[in-house]
Design a protein around this ligand. Structure first.
Ligand code: EPZ
Length: 417
């Protein structure tokens, strides 16, 4: 099993370019199934989650081909298969995003229930509620969601929680439904807006993405198009926190600063210098860190996907910081690994109380999920001595060439085994 080894204590200095957004790319690959004709997706990151998603649509009958380093061409015939088996969904939970696009394109979708994962239970009740309101017949059968329709019709859906995935699945089903769909209390993440822009580029009529209500007028067909994915705000945020924590001076390039406002605000509260210039964010961690309180919330609240990285930073921030994880119930388990490095963290339910210590000590730790893995890399960068991180396959799911990018900023980091 390969692992990452870091010799800590080196401030990150220089400039780093952020790639395309994992969570926008995975949704766009599913949405591409809706189109007749060639779809070219640009700015797609070369990460294992994307590779798996492309392999899954290939097994359904789509053709895909990388036409450059970050552009993939996808073509999906009318006679697509419509079952994503458990061994695929087990590998990639996000394959549940095929539910809406398969139902819209071929009138059927059998998607294995994703089951739980390390960050929490991952229910699909809101996805199902939405599709039923659009006229689908949905049943749970032997661990599968089996959805069929003789033709989707526009409907009204109120989401009990602004679920990102449920919003996306319902949008992808609605664009080819007959009539108008109104979805209320939707997710407002930038990835939702990106999906709407991509669908509209293919000929859909989606309005209101980024607000609480999305209205969709169904159309008979979508056509192939060339579309560029938004930059990854979580990759960008990971570099921002790493720059701050290592008391570095880093220019994070190819970002959309408004997508990072919740994180920028919190880093400034912690006395980190953050300057926004067009598509670059400049982060300097030179001043005395100040403790902060943090609550993860749906966008535009503080993103749950950045909580672990900030927890690593707060372990060496003098004073008491309080983190409340409101989105995924198991996303505080990182604390146990950070405590092995000398961090002082008390976890009670969804709340972690972090008392800053002068320094972490390097040791062996293990990643439990993608963002916890990124957080342990940040901890290794600031620790005294050497840190070994195993289970790094989690990190490869969502970060392209992370060690190379960090090495380019002066980190002493290598992958061994
Ligand atoms: C997406 O997951 C992202 N994944 C996650 O990123 C991200 O953490 C999450 O949104 C929140 O921003 C992708 O886009 C592929 P949700 P998703 O549905 O869609 C509850 C990463 O690290 N819920 O918004 O699964 C659920 O229990 C990953 O890149 C229901 O109750 O997130 C959870 O508490 C991790 N019923 C909350 O909503 C449902 O039917 C948020 O889930 C669906 C969700």
């Amino acid at each position: 099993m390969s692992k990452i080894v870091i010799a800590g204590g080196q401030p990150l200095v220089g400039r780093v370019r952020v790639g395309g957004a994992k969570n926008a790319a995975l949704t766009a690959i599913s949405a591409a199934l809706l189109a007749r004709g060639d779809v070219y997706l640009e700015n797609v990151p070369n990460i294992s989650d994307v590779e798996i998603m492309l392999e899954i649509i290939k097994e359904l009958g789509s053709q895909y081909q990388w036409v450059s380093q970050d552009c993939v061409k996808i073509n999906s015939p009318d006679n697509l298969s419509y079952t994503t088996p458990y061994q695929q969904v087990k590998k990639l939970r996000a394959s549940n995003l095929l539910l809406g696009s398969l139902l819209a394109r071929v009138g059927k979708a059998n998607i294995a229930l994703p089951g739980g994962c390390n960050i929490g239970s991952r229910p699909m009740d809101l996805h199902i509620k939405g599709l039923v309101n659009l006229g689908a017949k949905v049943e749970l059968d032997h661990g599968y969601i089996k959805a069929t329709t003789t033709g989707l019709k526009g409907g009204r859906v109120y989401l009990d929680f602004p679920s990102v995935g449920a919003t996306e699945n319902i949008m992808m089903a609605a664009v080819l439904a007959k009539g108008q769909t109104v979805i209320e209390n939707v997710a407002k993440e930038p990835e939702i807006v990106d999906l709407a822009n991509f669908l509209n580029a293919m000929g859909a009529k989606v309005r209101g993405a980024g607000t609480d209500v999305i209205k969709i007028q169904g159309v008979p067909e979508l056509k192939g198009v060339r579309y560029s994915i938004i930059p990854d705000r979580i990759e960008a945020g990971t570099f921002m926190v790493a720059a701050a924590a290592t008391r570095g001076d880093v220019l994070v390039e190819n970002v959309i600063p408004t997508h990072l406002e919740p994180l920028t605000a919190k880093l400034r509260e912690a006395n980190i210098i953050v300057e926004e210039k067009d598509d670059v964010i400049h982060v300097k961690g030179e001043a005395e860190f100040k403790p902060i309180d943090l609550k993860t919330m749906p966008y535009p609240g503080f993103p749950t996907d950045m909580q672990s990285q900030v927890m690593a930073f707060l372990t060496i921030t003098p004073g008491i910081s309080i983190i409340v994880e409101n989105v995924f119930e198991n996303r505080l388990q990182l604390a146990e690994e950070l405590k092995r490095m000398g961090a002082k963290i008390k976890v009670e339910g969804r709340t972690a109380v972090v008392e800053g210590v002068p320094q972490l000590q390097g040791t062996q730790v293990k990643a439990s999920d993608l963002r916890a893995g990124a957080a342990l890399i940040i901890a290794g960068l600031i620790a005294q001595g050497e840190t070994e991180i195993c289970n790094i396959h989690y990190i490869d799911r969502g970060y392209e060439n992370l060690e190379d990018k960090l090495t380019g900023l002066g980190a002493r980091i290598t992958r061994v085994g």
